[in-house]
Design a protein around this ligand. Sequence first.
Ligand code: ADP
Ligand code: MG
Length: 331
Amino acid sequence: MPEPFISLKNVSKHYSVDLDAGVSDINLTIDKGEFVAIVGESGSGKSTLLKLIYGTLAPNSGELSFNGEHIPGPHEKLIPGHDAMKMLSQDFNLNLYARVFENIESMLSNENVLEKKQKSIEFMELLGIGALANKRIVELSGGEQQRVALARAIITEPEVLLLDEPFSQLDAVLKTQFRADLKRLGNELGITIIMVSHDPVDGLTLADQMFILKDGKLVESGEPAQIYNNPEHIYTARLLGNAFFLPSDEAKLVGIRSKATTVMIYPEWVQLKNSWTSKQFAIEEIFFRGFYEDLLLERKGIRIHAVNTSPGMYKKGQKVQVVIEKWLDFD
Ligand code: ADP
Ligand code: MG
């Protein structure tokens, strides 16, 4: 069998001040060219895991490898961080008073000055910042600065790009744009991207494979649609969607036949319709979300959520017929 591109075997890292904090016994592999998202609550160990992969943090135990070779830790290398990888830092690390092209060019060696110029132009075009080439970083918006930082990170053509919460500084519009940029770059450059985010939407939208971290442990992994639709853990369902949970006795009252202790339901699995299997609920609250409404429904003290894709169709207090078309059992 060929060696996996990136592999972690029984990797643990515990910070001495707090023995519990860190990551425990992580086993995973990442394929070349894959877009991977590491998702979990704040403090679940995402940044720790990313630094271990990059080699800026050493594990207490276990082994990390890249192309079958040991990933050197910070004490095994003069300049910490794997040579084939680049981390896009949250503070961008830009020279604020230098111009955009200078910030980008300075990543390349002076061996071939013409090639250096051409490549800088090429990468500025790739990221849509060609028109900003002569501006100083201080004159740019946060989103523009992030593009410059990304251009700097990828111009040296690393095999792996590591991103720690890359969207945290961006407003909603820029976030959507930047997501699209990343997806395109992953495809066009064939670069392996490992992204950490506390926002599951980032992972669901972008990733080929998601890793879910909880309290420093890898609780599950898989393709986004697979783990969204069939989460093995309640934690994952809560993290990825607006799932709600009903104990078995309540589940019975809303027409669900299940022997499980708890059932999990996503609002989009709740259908509003007239049929002999439907139950009558009252609309307790309507949350407008733009192109849809989140309806809070109540029956005999049981509250559930449903998605209404025709906003304005219902009034608060109105009775509706509900069929729960799908649910998952949890014990
Ligand atoms: P995340 O990125 O998911 O928010 P981190 O990997 O930063 O989580 O942190 C995981 C846990 O390790 C947290 O409890 C955090 O407080 C702790 N931790 C992180 N860095 C250090 C450090 N340098 N020293 C001690 N504890 C740390
Ligand atoms: Mg973090």
